[in-house]
Design a protein around this ligand. Structure first.
Ligand code: C2E
Ligand code: CA
Ligand code: CA
Length: 631
């Protein structure tokens, strides 16, 4: 480009990051090659006095695509150029401005005007002065308007292009700003939880690391408190995600207030030094406090958190009460790295959660038990898929006649390596993880199949007893499931006895009681299992449509040796029988226990004395055992 005397077109960035550069590189527009051939070249301001120029100038200029304005004689050319913003200015060198200097000079000197100036130079004498002023172009007399118009057109097009470049540079700059802002947001999302705006887990771990380093230096201690809520899923379902977010934001603000209150007074009588709060995921918060070892600000912080969090929260017109669960882990006592410390506080929180609320300090033993539970839960999922669960059957024998009158189906889990895991351990895990519904269906289905197989083999056992978990009873469609399975196998509902633990059934829950009536109406038998272990009111017994009472084996164990146990078993038998129920004693291991039961006129018994639970195919051999061989 020739030196036009205009500011050079710098479109390359002189600073910025790689991203900025690449955006600029990608989107810098190149001047379209055919732009100069477009019909409209732009606008021109014609500053001249002679009538010839006024007459011919506009005509020729318009032929070259330029829309020309002639400056009226009295007008100020600078003011006109500023208001009209022409793409080119054509000016007669002979014209003088108010101060006496040439008009072209004042136009070129005006820093705010960037239109190219084409000077029509009347005399050869003037030429050097005009050239020194560096106009875009100079045209000598005689004025050929066709030539002037061509060169003005060229100047105008160039000026239009320059402007477009400037504009695209501006929009590029904006694009770069947007990209920068986006990157900033991204960076903040890496460190902050979007709903509450508090530091996220990653950022919190960084804060912890710093806190731990300070603790090492100052010989303090640091506590991490993880805050969760019980039944949080239910709360979200009930109030909707948006309101729940609103509520979490409020909780976050409240925690931030508590923590900043606490941290504001360094080395207070409570010994608190620094504090931080974070959202470690969508439903859990964490608080870090450091304190001197002599003081114990953690307990007071826990109390404060619990009492503040117990207040009902208003979220968009709805009032919610949350039940907070707090877990605490202390550095350096409980862990020596930030991730484990947070994890352990989290485990303690889960422990508090499983107890329905309050706070729990981290405890290695609880943690090991929780870890085993978690491992069992994972393995149990696979066990169900891989059919590792089977049933064993334990006979229930008539005390008087010594006949096997029923079999209780009991779950067995044999892992691929041969390890047996007792249902006492894995049933609670299945209940907590939601797997129990599926497992319970499997048990009933399998037990019904076994009944049919025995019948086909000529073993006419009157009753099969199947244990039912309280989780199944709470599931809503338990009754329908039972009916479906029993109907599928076409067995008599009266030959199926569902055992429900006292702890699950004597709660007086109306839903449960009405389901039991439904089941009874369908024809199945019902028994109360583990009788004597619950702390529920015996009065409920008479409201339940039950057939059998099973006395827990902890009472049977002391039957022959402990007078109190004998008295209790005797009372339970009397109670059951007065209510018209059959009474079964569980866990009978010795002939003495059986003899005692016979004295008390118990109806039936079950226990290792007759047999341990055995696989279905081995059950027939028990039936051929002579009835009174145990006496
Ligand atoms: P439970 O329903 O009280 O079952 C009786 C338990 O006592 C069985 O333990 C059985 O093996 C054991 N047992 C029987 N006779 C004796 C004896 O003479 N002495 C001693 N010490 N124990 C005896 P198991 O099979 O380990 O089952 C434990 C618990 O797991 C069961 O207690 C029941 O609550 C639960 N469970 C087992 N299978 C199922 C099932 O299919 N569904 C549900 N919901 N729970 C089940
Ligand atoms: Ca049972
Ligand atoms: Ca039992």
């Amino acid at each position: 480009m020739p030196d036009t005397g205009h500011k050079s077109l710098s479109i390359l960035p002189d600073d910025g990051l790689d991203l900025t550069r690449s955006i600029r590189k990608l989107s810098i527009p190149t001047a379209p090659a055919n732009d100069l051939d477009d019909a409209v070249a732009g606008t021109a301001l014609l500053v001249c006095r002679d009538s010839d120029s006024k007459k011919w100038g506009p005509r020729w200029l318009s032929r070259h695509g330029l829309n020309a304005t002639i400056l009226p004689d009295a007008d100020d050319p600078l003011a006109a150029a500023r208001s009209k913003r022409p793409d080119v200015i054509i000016v007669d060198s002979a014209l003088r401005a108010a101060g006496g200097e040439p008009v072209y000079q004042s136009l070129l000197d005006a820093a705010d005007l960037d239109a190219p100036v084409v000077v029509m130079c009347a005399t050869a004498r003037e030429l050097p002065t005009v050239l020194r002023a560096k106009p875009f172009d100079v045209i000598r007399k005689p004025f050929e308007w066709e030539l002037i118009a061509r060169r003005a057109e060229y100047a105008a097009r160039l000026s239009v292009l320059q402007r477009r470049f400037a504009e695209s540079r501006e929009s590029l700059r904006k694009a770069v700003d947007i990209a920068d802002a986006a990157r900033e947001r991204l960076r903040s999302r890496e460190s902050f939880e979007p709903v509450t705006g508090l530091p996220n887990r990653k950022k919190f771990v960084d804060l912890l690391k710093r806190g731990m380093a300070a603790v090492d230096r100052d010989r303090n201690q640091l506590a991490v408190i993880v805050i969760g809520f019980s039944r949080f899923r239910l709360v979200i379902e009930a109030m909707g995600q948006e309101r729940a977010d609103l509520m979490l934001t409020q909780v976050g603000n409240m925690l931030a207030d508590i923590v900043s209150d606490a941290g504001a007074a360094p080395a207070t009588p409570t010994g608190m030094r620094t504090a931080a709060v974070a959202s470690i995921d969508q439903s859990r918060f964490a608080v870090m406090i450091t304190a001197s070892r002599e003081s114990d600000p953690v307990d007071s912080m826990l109390q404060r958190l619990l009492s503040e969090l117990a207040r009902p929260i208003q979220a968009d017109g709805q009032t919610v009460s949350l039940s907070a669960c707090l877990g605490v882990a202390i550095y350096p006592h409980d862990a020596d790295d930030a991730d484990s410390l947070l994890q352990r506080a989290d485990n303690a929180m889960r422990d508090a959660q499983s107890r329905g609320g309050g706070f729990k300090y981290y405890c290695a033993e609880t943690d090991a038990a929780a870890a085993r539970k978690l491992m069992l839960e994972n393995m149990l999922h696979e066990a169900v898929d891989r059919n590792e669960l089977t049933l064993a059957y334990q006979p229930i024998t008539d005390v008087g006649l010594g006949r096997v009158i029923a079999a209780e189906a009991l779950l067995r889990w044999k892992q691929p390596d041969g390890t047996l895991i007792s249902p006492g351990e894995f049933v609670p895990v299945a209940e907590e993880s939601g797997l129990m519904i599926r497992i319970g269906e499997f048990v009933l289905d399998e037990a019904c199949k076994q009944m049919l197989a025995w019948h086909e083999a000529g073993i006419l056992l009157p009753t099969i007893c199947v244990n039912v978990s309280k989780v199944q009873l709470m599931s809503g469609d338990f009754v329908a499931t039972v009916k479906r399975i029993i109907n599928k196998h076409q067995i008599d509902p009266a030959s199926v006895e569902l055992e429900i633990s006292e702890r699950g059934v004597l709660s007086g829950n109306h839903e449960v009681i009405s389901q039991l009536h439904d089941l009874k109406g369908f024809g199945v038998r019902l028994s109360v299992d583990d009788f004597g272990t619950g702390d529920s009111a015996i009065a409920y017994l008479k409201e339940l449509p039950i057939d059998v009472l099973k006395i827990d084996r902890s009472y049977v164990a002391g039957l022959a040796s402990n007078e109190k146990d004998s008295a209790l078993v005797s009372a339970m038998i009397a109670l059951g029988q007065r209510l018209g129920l059959a009474v079964v004693a569980e866990g009978v291991e010795t002939p003495d226990q059986l003899a005692a039961l016979r004295n008390l006129e118990c109806d039936a018994f079950q226990g290792f004395l007759i047999s341990e639970p055995v696989p279905g195919h081995a059950f027939s051999s028990l039936l051929s055992t002579p009835p009174n061989s145990t006496d």
